[in-house]
Write a protein that binds this ligand. Structure first.
Ligand SMILES: Cc1cc2nc3c(=O)[nH]c(=O)nc-3n(C[C@H](O)[C@H](O)[C@H](O)COP(=O)(O)O)c2cc1C
Length: 176
């Protein structure tokens, strides 16, 4: 797939077969993550956690279910979650730290698409899980790191046709 085919066929996938990506695929996805730009090149302040442990995936989902008051599956049955954590310079994660984490997530999403795997950016349920020390402990993060966001990745039965990208899907001004 050329780069533009990857860009125009990437989509959020919310149904998975449950089959985990192969070790080779995972290596490629992580290499894409490591290739991402990070503000002020603070690579040492970013951390990835590759989670296949079903107990953690279920705990994140059950926490959202508790909040929603019904059974929900915000990880969509994906077999793999890659968590991106940040060591904030200040008390809380700030703009360029969030943005760096998003760059990393997006590089992984593009790599997953190129490999024919489904992926979906995950923010909401991970923010909620940060309120639960028992879940955060399971991440085994290095000292000072805070889980910021993540991506689920896995085999899907969905296909990846080139998508129609409407002109000005994002409103765009031109100033000459
Ligand atoms: C910062 C960010 C956070 C997101 N968080 C979630 C999420 O928690 N759960 C989810 O299902 N999708 C999440 N998404 C995916 C968006 O809903 C999706 O990208 C958007 O609807 C456009 O669809 P597309 O990715 O198929 O083009 C997130 C996307 C971004 C960029």
């Amino acid at each position: 797939m050329n780069m533009f085919d990857v860009l125009y066929s990437r989509k959020s996938v919310r149904s998975y077969t449950g089959r985990v990506p192969s070790e080779e695929q995972l290596k490629e996805i992580l290499k894409a993550a490591w290739a991402a730009p990070v503000a002020r090149a603070r690579y040492a302040d970013m951390h990835l956690t590759v989670i296949k442990d079903q107990r953690i995936l279920s705990a994140v989902e059950e926490n959202m279910g508790r909040i929603a008051g019904k059974e929900v599956h915000p990880l969509y049955g994906a077999p793999l979650l890659i968590l991106v954590s940040v060591k904030p310079k200040q008390k809380e994660i700030v703009n360029n730290e969030y943005s760096s984490a998003a760059m990393i997530v997006h590089n992984m999403a593009l790599a997953a698409t190129a490999l024919g795997l489904g992926s979906c950016d995950i923010w909401g349920c991970l923010q909620a899980a940060n309120e639960r020390t028992d879940i955060v402990e399971m991440y085994k993060l290095p000292e000072g790191f805070v889980a910021c966001c993540g991506i689920v990745i896995g085999e899907t039965q969905e296909s990846f046709p080139l998508r129609d990208i409407p002109q000005e899907k994002i409103s765009t001004d031109f100033i000459d």
